[in-house]
Design a protein around this ligand. Sequence first.
Ligand code: PMP
Length: 405
Amino acid sequence: LSPFDVSAIRKDFPALHQRVNGRPLVWLDNAATTHKPHAVIDATSSFYSRDNSNIHRAAHQLAERSTALFEAGREKVQRFLGAADKHEIVFLRGTTEAINLIANSYGRQNIGEGDEIILTTLEHHANIVPWQLLAQQTGAVIRVVPINDRGELILEEFVRLLNPRTKIVSITHVSNALGTVNPVEQIIQLAHAHGVPVVVDGAQSTPHIPINVTALDADFFVFSAHKIFGPTGIGALYAKRHLLEAMPPWQGGGHMIKDVTFERTIYQSVPEKFEAGTPDIAGVVGLGAAVDYLMALGIPALAAYEHSLLEYAMEALATVTGLKPIGTAANKASVLSFVIPGIPNDKIAQHLDQHGIAVRAGHHCALPAQRHFGLETTVRPSLAFYNTHDEVDLLVEVLKKLPKR
Ligand code: PMP
């Protein structure tokens, strides 16, 4: 078995090779967004330099090329997610837009007054607010699965919440605030036993865990390209075909219609029915390149290296006097949130920035998870497979020399 060659991999990421405040950049803000390999940058640039055209429209060379690239991107995402059918992949702006689509289309059609939506304490605001808006509009009720003090879901509470009024479960695969990996397979089985469909927010799992939506039996699965080393502003929704076919369109416009009169519109079939307007074609090309890049390296190998780095980092951080890890789930990915009582989180982040180390201090758009621990914010280093043991060592060394306030 050849060892994982992280220094070779780092050469693929130009943004990692810069100095910040006079120091080599240490990028530990991967849960917010990831850097892009040359393969993604080049594919996007080549699209604009050569192939740029709108899709599905004129019958000319560039439109044909552009359309072929766009549809190839769909097939790549299909393979990346292990979906059975490329028509089950809808391109959207990202996780946030995908959850809004599900809430507005599936939700409005299937969830009414008194019906229940199950979320968890671990959700990103993107998986809370769209459901809250739906609940306000329909009179549906939101139920929340609590967590324990390690940041793990209390599954017995989930089971207790399931009842004949439950109409949907929407749950993050990996918590962006705590790194907890949720047992989504088990949650899906439990929900399905009650006939309830499940939305999986894959924004933080797709960068770290091999995904197979068919094996998971997820009804909906959503993610953002920018978290998997692809461009910003593009992502995808996977949904079982029968669900997509039964759902009404959410946004109307060009590309999603077969025929329009002032009396009525005949829609395209799926997935085009959900892709109104000119899409982010270059984004899809870049997303496809990101998926190719990851699959060529081998996602299980990337995940194994990153997991061993996470374990190394957790042990190393434990040697920093006063540091309190937030989120100590048995099954974790990437995220190393902590606080050091007595030192404000933004001061810690600023001090790390002075040493070229980028981390986020804030609420990470997941306030309920933080508040479980009596906190409004944490400091959150988050790993990707291009991070190194040396970078973790530097983080710990700088934290050990933090000026006390
Ligand atoms: N869900 C989770 C778990 C996330 O981490 C994020 C991004 N921080 C989102 C949803 C929203 O993703 P986006 O901003 O790319 O739409």
